[in-house]
Design a protein around this ligand. Structure first.
Ligand code: TZP
Ligand code: MG
Length: 230
């Protein structure tokens, strides 16, 4: 299996809390979402211990490999190494990017959360492959987010990336409160002329859905179709 070029269009971020996953199995939900068109997966699990993270990570990796989609682990470079997956996503309070790069190597996909222009440009300089820009809108999925930046704040970050020549080398996704109602507003109101978003990162609109396959496929159609208000 060879991985396709990284496509950030529909980036699924998992959640293992009962409020979102319910009593559904995470691997089954992810499998359905991949069938619906998810293009990249982040295994984010704040409840399991290290052993369970590694074993679920390996099961998820088997499924993502079947679909030719990269798997990243949230926060934990040790778990990413043990799983042997494609990379990690780190926040501002996690291990620093240069350390993650040193440990995981030049080919790993490393994403960083950025809520401000400073955070974004620092992550670009330090060699991030992509930025998770947010929080876009307030969301019950993650209530301890420090900054709600909306489409205007996101566009300012994209503009700063463009002005500093990071447009082509560093990809971007928006995260927070993105669902079938908000997705086109996010994509088109955030877009800077020379640096549009490469995709959207979504938790509950897929993970909490009774039908994750069709949730993913409807979201992907919205991403690929022009907005009604363009
Ligand atoms: N980081 C910023 S907001 C968020 C994360 C992990 C959660 C987004 O969840 P949802 O359900 O897509 O709003
Ligand atoms: Mg983190």
């Amino acid at each position: 299996m060879t991985l396709k070029k990284v496509d950030y269009a529909l980036y699924l971020v998992t959640d293992s809390t009962p409020a979102i996953l319910g009593d559904k199995g995470i691997v089954k939900v992810v499998e359905a979402a991949l069938e619906g068109g998810v293009t990249i997966l982040q295994y984010r699990d704040k409840v399991s211990d290290t052993g369970a993270l590694i074993s679920t990570g390996k099961r998820l990796h088997a499924v993502t490999q079947k679909h030719g989609v990269p798997l990243l682990i949230n926060d934990r470079i040790d778990v990413a190494l043990a799983v042997g997956c494609e990379g990690v996503h780190i926040g501002q309070d996690d291990v620093d990017l240069p350390t993650a790069r040193r440990v995981l190597g030049p080919d790993a996909i490393i994403g960083v959360t950025a809520s401000s222009i400073d955070e974004a440009l620092t992550a670009c300089k330090d060699g991030a492959n992509y930025l998770g820009i947010g929080t876009m809108f307030a969301t019950p999925t993650k209530t301890n987010t420090k900054d709600i930046i909306g489409t205007a704040g996101t566009k300012q970050i994209l503009a700063a990336m463009s002005q500093n020549d990071w447009s082509r080398t560093v990809s971007t996704v928006s995260i927070g409160g993105i669902n079938s109602t908000t997705i086109q507003r996010v994509l088109y109101q955030s877009a800077h002329p020379t640096k549009p978003l490469d995709g959207v990162a979504i938790v509950s609109a897929i993970m909490a859905s009774a039908d994750p396959r069709s949730a993913a496929s409807s979201l992907l159609s919205l991403i690929r179709s022009p907005p009604p208000f363009a």
